[in-house]
Write a protein that binds this ligand. Structure first.
Ligand SMILES: Nc1ncnc2c1ncn2[C@@H]1O[C@H](COP(=O)(O)O)[C@@H](OP(=O)(O)O)[C@H]1O
Ligand SMILES: [Mg+2]
Ligand SMILES: [Mg+2]
Ligand SMILES: [Mg+2]
Length: 358
């Protein structure tokens, strides 16, 4: 299989980073109200996750040139007054790496400078040439803080095309979230949860339990043909996607089920195994989508048989650097539903534009 070595490294890196995030989220949820309103736990987990992935990939793929496009950089951490937080991140990363390799000699413990350097490996710009890893160390920070869904999302671009993607979703139930009430979909209930989705180009999409040795299963998007029987995903946060517009599109399609609102690229993971059939994402005017919010999710869905396009039906172009250059919105569906969805999107956007020009 192509990209076998890269996939092994990516799965290991994302799983370990997810373990770090789980530890921080658990402490956060057990803490008092005052520290919950403080943003530092998510900061620590974000940087810690990025450092773990950066270090792991470089260690596992030592003979290859390394380029990483990642959401975070260390500029804020290098400001005065950040020493305490850097030390917390460094301890967290060292503790996490030690669980991966308990026999590691003690003198290889990483220093604060090592951690800052690892975070700053993620400053590549991407683009159409060569290989670039693309990382969102915590996608769905809002969900992370609420105790809901989030994902560690890692992908690989080769000559501007996505060839590999891994999504670690620590709070996503292993069983389908279709048909549950909305509370269970987003939050951590007592059922078994923690999913690792992965895909390489031409080889399909697989899911396995995070942190477990049980066998991966091949997954497929929903085969629903009639949109009336489809359910759709969208952002939990109304600030990230226009819920009114998606509701208008769903009405036109005759979708009966209420929207399933969850945070992060866990939506792409859930779609890849058929929990819902449609994903609608329409940011407010002027927002520019970043590649790390979609690279891993896009290949996880397309290798499972889905289609991911912008609102005009164009494939997403990940070769333009950090930003996606696209026509309003991102939509996902299976082959059968996509033509109907594109028409509903076009009609709803035209109606909205007419209404605002009156
Ligand atoms: N105004 C906005 N419109 C659309 N997306 C936004 C946004 N502000 C932030 N985002 C992006 O939405 C992502 C979360 O998506 P979702 O709503 O599906 O959970 C965020 O990722 P991070 O949490 O990694 O910053 C962020 O990049
Ligand atoms: Mg993100
Ligand atoms: Mg993020
Ligand atoms: Mg962010």
């Amino acid at each position: 299989m192509a990209y076998e070595k890269e996939l092994d490294a990516a799965k290991k890196a994302a799983s370990l980073a997810a373990r770090l995030c789980q530890k921080v989220q658990k402490a956060l949820l057990q803490s008092d109200v005052q520290s919950k309103s403080d943003k530092s736990p998510v900061t620590v987990a974000d940087y810690g996750s990025q450092a773990v992935v950066s270090l792991l990939l470089q260690r596992e793929l030592i003979s290859e040139p390394f380029s990483l496009v990642a959401e975070e950089d260390s500029a804020d951490l290098r400001k005065e007054g950040s020493q305490d937080i850097i030390e917390r991140i460094t301890k967290l990363v060292n503790d996490t790496l030690a669980t991966e390799d308990p026999l590691k000699p003690i003198d290889s413990t990483l220093s604060t400078d090592d951690i800052l350097r690892a975070i700053d490996c993620g400053t590549s710009e991407g683009g159409p040439n060569g290989r670039h890893w693309v990382l969102d160390p915590i996608d769905g920070t809002k969900g992370f803080l609420r105790g809901d869904q989030y994902a560690v999302a890692l992908g690989l671009l080769e000559e501007g095309k996505v060839v590999l993607g891994v999504l670690a979703c620590p709070n996503l139930p292993l069983a389908s979230i279709a048909g549950n009430d909305n509370k269970n979909k987003n939050s951590s209930s007592s059922e078994e949860k923690g999913c690792l989705f992965y895909a390489t180009i031409g080889s399909g999409t697989y899911m396995q339990p995070l942190d477990s040795r049980s066998e991966p299963v091949k997954v497929h998007v929903s085969s629903v043909e009639n949109p009336e029987d489809a359910s759709f995903f969208e952002s939990f946060e109304g600030a990230h996607s226009l819920h009114d517009l998606s509701s208008s599109i769903a009405n036109k399609l005759g979708v009966k089920a209420p929207p399933v609102r969850i945070d992060s690229q866990a939506k792409y993971g859930a779609l890849s195994r058929g929990d819902g059939a449609i994903y609608l994402r329409f940011p407010h005017k002027g927002y520019r989508e970043k590649i790390w919010d979609h690279v891993a999710g896009a290949i996880v869905v397309t290798e499972a048989g889905g289609i991911v396009t912008d609102a005009g039906g164009k494939a997403l172009d990940f070769s333009k650097g950090k930003y996606l250059d696209l026509d309003t919105g991102i939509i996902v569906a299976n082959e059968k539903i996509m033509p109907l969805l594109l028409k509903a999107v076009r009609d709803s956007i035209a109606e909205q534009e007419n209404a605002s020009s009156l």
